[in-house]
Write a new protein. Structure first.
Length: 322
């Protein structure tokens, strides 16, 4: 019975991986006969999974959408990646999405094995999110590398990794990791670089083959108020990406604006029915969308880049409805 149950879970995992499986290929992957495969498919249907079958020479199976969301089968990396995605969604501030993401994140973590839960908790505890940064999370970051770095930060353990700089130069780094920083669309590691005897911020998507050395260390004093501010200072530097400072006078009560975009922006009241909004962003589309989502009139204050960007949008939208 145990073998049958394990095989059924394996079948479900395969059906969730590919849209369509030829019957012979699926039976070969499970190392069973076609007749046994049919019985396993029937067992999934009894459990509420809508599995469609097609007959003929090219007959096969596929998992169809159902009336309710059935349980999902995730491997370790998929589960950790799911929590990372839910965490980013929970910080999005989008109405209805942030709250649902928090609930979903709690459900996923609750049923995780202790080993996976510790990995996720290390990521949560060792991450600083200093506010609005201008976009969705970077999909090029390896979730496994992210978790390894978080665990090294938590345990104050030295680590090594290969790092590719902006100019393409590749070096091996030996560091004392302090904190992860989630800023805009990027993840950064703040660490003391032992080879250069100085503090550095590393983009995690440029970091490969991270390895913990087993050597513990006593954290040094960071030359900044916190890890988030340290990364902000580096991002604003001449060798880093452009950072836009956005200011807008919004004709809406400050409290209403805070409820919608207060997670990313500083909102200061300017009377009962207006407020000043300040944002820092490494891309212009997200401040534009945030201001547009307020459903209120606004005037840009000393933000020429965003003014040009909105002018382009206005022309494009005008032509679309002409």
């Amino acid at each position: 019975m145990a073998n049958t149950s394990a095989r059924t879970l394996r079948l479900l995992s395969l059906l969730q991986t590919h849209r369509y499986w030829p019957g012979e290929d699926l039976a070969r992957r499970l190392e069973v006969s076609i007749r046994t495969l049919r019985r396993d498919v029937d067992r999934l249907r009894e459990l509420g999974y809508p599995v469609n079958a097609s007959r003929g020479v090219d007959g096969g199976y596929q998992l169809a959408p159902g009336a309710a969301l059935p349980p999902l089968v995730l491997d370790d990396e998929e589960a950790v990646a799911l929590v990372i995605g839910l965490r980013a969604a929970a910080q999005s501030g989008l109405a209805g999405v942030a709250e649902s993401s928090v609930r979903a994140q709690a459900k996923v973590i609750q049923v995780m094995p202790p080993k996976l839960r510790r990995r996720v908790e290390a990521l949560r505890a060792m991450t600083v999110s200093p506010g609005w940064g201008g976009g969705a999370p970077d999909l090029g970051t390896d979730p496994d590398a992210l978790v390894k770095v978080a665990q090294a930060c938590r345990d104050a353990e030295r680590m090594e990794f290969d790092y590719t700089a902006a100019d393409g130069a590749r070096t091996r780094r030996h560091v004392e990791p302090l904190r992860l920083v989630s800023l805009g669309r990027r993840w950064y590691l703040v660490a003391y670089d032992l080879g250069r005897n100085d503090w550095r911020s590393f983009r995690v998507d440029r970091l490969t083959e991270p390895a913990r050395t087993g050597a513990r260390f006593r954290p040094r004093a960071l030359p900044a108020e916190n890890a988030g501010e340290f990364v902000r200072q580096r991002v604003r530097g001449p060798q880093q990406q452009t950072v836009h400072e956005i200011q807008a006078l919004v004709r809406a009560p400050a409290e209403a604006v805070r409820r919608k975009i207060g997670r990313w922006a500083e909102v200061a009241a300017r009377g009962e029915d207006s407020c000043l909004v300040r944002m820092t962003a490494d891309a212009l589309e997200w401040p534009a969308m945030a201001l547009g989502s307020l459903d209120a009139e606004f005037t840009l204050v000393d933000s020429p880049e965003l003014r040009d960007y909105l002018t382009t949008w206005a022309g494009r939208f005008g032509r679309a409805v002409a």
